[in-house]
Design a binder for this molecule. Sequence first.
Ligand code: SF4
Ligand code: SF4
Length: 103
Amino acid sequence: MEPERKKIDPSITWIANYCKHCFTCVAICPVDNLFFDEDELTSRQKCIQCQLCMKYCPDFALEVVPRPKVRRSPTKEQEIKSTPAGEISSKSVLSTTREGSRQ
Ligand code: SF4
Ligand code: SF4
């Protein structure tokens, strides 16, 4: 029979039957995300998905599945920084031209 898996966080699943309450996961979490509420392992919902708790749990009671990162389009400042020195990106020329034409 499959053990009962409890989703305590969007990326963390905990199996209560496997857990011996050793507190290793609570102690090792770098962002203090895990704590026990009575007998229940609980998440403060600030997991950074480093998987340390899963790796160090001696009883394989935790599973952390990192969620895919959402890529954001770069800001104008990041675009300019990533342009090789001496070159001006076409976007920054365009925006300069537009800003210049307003004056
Ligand atoms: S995956 Fe990392 S941040 Fe998330 S609960 Fe485990 S140890 Fe903490
Ligand atoms: S490390 Fe594993 S066995 Fe220990 S308290 Fe955390 S979930 Fe339970």
